[in-house]
Design a protein around this ligand. Structure first.
Ligand SMILES: Cc1ncc(COP(=O)(O)O)c(C=O)c1O
Length: 367
């Protein structure tokens, strides 16, 4: 174990332990373990956090949140969904779970976000949706994306799995697209004590469909109104998330403060991913770019500092997705980033002093 790990689950758990355990006990003693008051409270509170006037549907994971949103939009076999190849695999797995075909757009080298200049060249008569990924807490300009696709039948599903608390020109991510998906995987900006996710839409009818799909296509009776799946957030996870949500704004503020320390103290010659224009970055990760990335990683590890690589293998080149027909060189910026990116420790409980020490060590390791 590194002296300063890349992520420290226990540090946050210790600060919330008694409150979280009380909340869990309350659920266990209530006898209502699935789709009860905790889930309803969380759906309302998270909607308030987003500041939108839509509707949230709590599900079992961020992957399922994407699947449920795509299903509600009736996306399936024969349809194309455009996204990026430098994301967590679940973005792509979710598209495949509907039977649709993922199409990859390259990313901007400076931000690592979908390059909207290149998007038009990927649009075809089969394109049914675009999934912009707000990677690392940075924000894709969804308004510009909307302007590019115009008033077409193409839908936008925002992947907000890494971007709780991020904003674009003052408005929360997740409230721009036709639908959006959040993950509460334990490492996320808001993390449950296991798997959990949520989909959201400003469109009441679409949200109603997502709610049906979450449980076998049911409304209030055990009679399917459409085909659905089972993807319910359980009451225990919702209770934990209700405890943590009260701290989310503070967690994001701390992430931003740590990013400011890195930004100030890292040598100016070390390139880092840039916040997109108009973005209030939520710093799920702080990512720098280094030519000799693996050597620097080893040096940092020898000094007790854990780091991560997000992501070492671009999805279009993974053996599991070879059938999509992409070859090396197809997405130049995505492939370069995969060789260079390094994620420094970033979590609300990391002290500013630790970030200072890490910056000094990175400068020494890289220059
Ligand atoms: C960008 C992105 N999309 C989707 C997901 C899927 O979320 P989950 O792990 O909750 O299924 C994740 C998290 O792993 C992610 O980082």
């Amino acid at each position: 174990m590194n002296r300063i790990p890349a992520f420290d689950y226990l540090a946050q758990y210790r600060t919330l332990e008694s409150e979280a355990l009380q909340a869990i006990e309350r659920v266990l003693n209530s006898g209502r373990l699935i789709l009860g008051a905790e889930v309803e409270t969380f759906e309302r509170s998270f909607t308030d956090f987003l500041g939108g006037n839509g509707r949230a549907v709590a599900v079992n994971s961020g992957t399922d949140a994407l699947v449920v949103a795509l299903m509600a939009l009736e996306i399936g076999p024969g349809d194309e969904v455009i996204t990026v190849a430098n994301t967590a695999v679940p973005t792509v797995a979710a598209i495949r779970m509907t039977g649709a075909t993922p199409v990859f757009c390259d990313v901007d080298e400076a931000t690592a976000l979908m390059d909207l200049e290149q998007l038009p060249s990927h649009l075809t008569s089969k394109t049914r949706a675009v999934i912009p990924v707000h990677l690392f807490g940075n924000v894709v300009d969804v308004e510009r994306l909307r302007a590019i696709i115009g008033n077409s039948h193409i839908r936008i599903v925002e992947d907000c799995a890494q971007a709780h608390g991020a904003r674009l020109r003052g408005q929360s991510v997740g409230t721009f697209g036709d639908a959006s998906a959040f993950s509460f995987y334990p490492t996320k900006n808001l993390g449950a004590f296991g798997d959990a996710g949520l989909c959201y839409s400003q469109d009441g009818e679409l949200a109603k469909e997502m709610k049906r799909i979450r449980m076998y296509g049911f409304d209030n009776t055990n009679c399917s109104q459409r085909e659905g799946i089972n993807s319910r957030m359980d009451e225990v996870q919702a209770a934990v998330l209700n405890v943590k949500l009260a701290h989310l704004a503070d967690y994001v503020a701390r992430r931003r403060a740590l990013a400011a320390v890195y930004d100030r103290l890292l040598d100016a010659r070390i390139p880092r991913l840039e916040p997109a224009a108009g973005a209030e970055h939520a710093y799920h990760l702080f990512v720098i770019k280094i030519e000799e990335r693996d050597r620097a990683r080893e040096t940092l590890a020898r000094n007790g500092v854990g780091t991560g690589v997000h992501y070492p293998y671009p999805i279009h080149l993974m053996p599991g997705y070879r059938f999509l027909g992409y070859s090396k060189g197809a997405l130049a910026n995505t492939e370069t980033l995969a060789r260079q990116v390094l994620s420094l420790p970033m979590y609300p409980e990391l002290s500013p002093e630790a970030a200072e020490e890490i910056s000094t060590l990175v400068n020494k390791a890289v220059l």
